[in-house]
Design a protein around this ligand. Structure first.
Ligand code: PGA
Length: 256
């Protein structure tokens, strides 16, 4: 099994540029590629970089298809707290992605289970995912696949973990953070042909170490990425500070 490849860069801006390079290369070779996209603090710089490159005429999103990883239940897309709103602000309205090619789960659906099944069907109908871009939560979640989520899950209704609620409270102001969200599942993420995990900041150091170098366990959902054959982790120095040196270096110390 190929281990995740790891690129360590100086800071979040360099991580954004590196991830934008990967996406640019994909679009060049697959102009109609299908992407899974994340929200959160981590990808903001990446989306900015993609917009800058689009405005410079270097990127064409006209045939690209996107599926967002997740959305809160009960929050309308008109709300600044919603992930649909986030995507409009940071990417969708700023590049030539076609609205009909951009998908965000509908957290207002009357039947959430049906919405999840339909979202999953849309991903399959798009021919599967060429590249899944992911962040990582401080508890190791990917999307809203919180600790304990079985690996076989497809798009589903998730219960948001207490830590996730507190780290996302800043987007809700005085309002309560929802208890539930819709999320693409671990099985669907793992079915992607390539995965890029972005991690920046010292608050991700401990969990990145556990995800990449600890045992594969549902308790650290991102650890399952160790079993995917094509994962690139782009980390800044701060987030990489919890990683152990490669075993080869540890077991063969240099001679004095
Ligand atoms: P963040 O969230 O980018 O805001 O740190 C990442 C995540 O929870 O997956």
């Amino acid at each position: 099994m190929t281990k995740p490849r790891l690129t360590i860069v100086a800071d979040p801006d360099a991580a954004a540029r590196q991830a934008a390079d990967v996406i640019g290369n994909l679009i060049k070779h697959h102009p109609n590629a299908c992407l899974i996209l994340p929200t959160g603090r981590t990808p903001v710089g990446l989306y900015h970089e993609l917009v800058v490159r689009y405005q410079a005429g270097c990127l064409d999103f006209s045939a690209i298809r996107t599926f967002n990883l997740d959305e809160w239940v009960g929050i309308p897309p008109s709300s600044p707290s919603s992930y649909g709103y986030f995507m409009d602000q940071h990417l969708f309205r700023k590049v030539n992605l076609r609205p009909e090619n951009c998908h965000v789960p509908n957290g207002l659906a009357a039947d959430l289970e049906l919405e999840c099944a339909a979202y999953e069907d849309q991903i399959q109908a798009a021919g599967g995912v060429d590249l899944a871009l992911l962040g990582i939560g401080q508890n190791g979640h990917i999307g809203f696949n919180e600790p304990g989520t079985p690996v076989h899950t497809c798009t589903h209704v998730a219960t948001v973990a207490p830590l996730t609620k507190s780290t996302n409270a800043y987007t809700f102001g005085e309002s309560p953070v929802p208890d539930q969200a819709l999320t693409i599942g671990i099985a669907t993420i793992l079915a992607s042909r390539a995965i890029v995990l972005l991690a920046t900041g010292a608050d991700k150091a401990e969990i990145l170490g556990r995800a990449l170098q600890g045992p594969v366990s549902p308790e650290v959902p991102a650890s399952i990425l160790q079993q995917h054959p094509n994962v690139l982790v782009i980390s800044d120095v701060a987030a990489a500070s919890g990683l152990r040196a490669p075993e080869s270096k540890e077991s063969h110390p240099p001679h004095p």
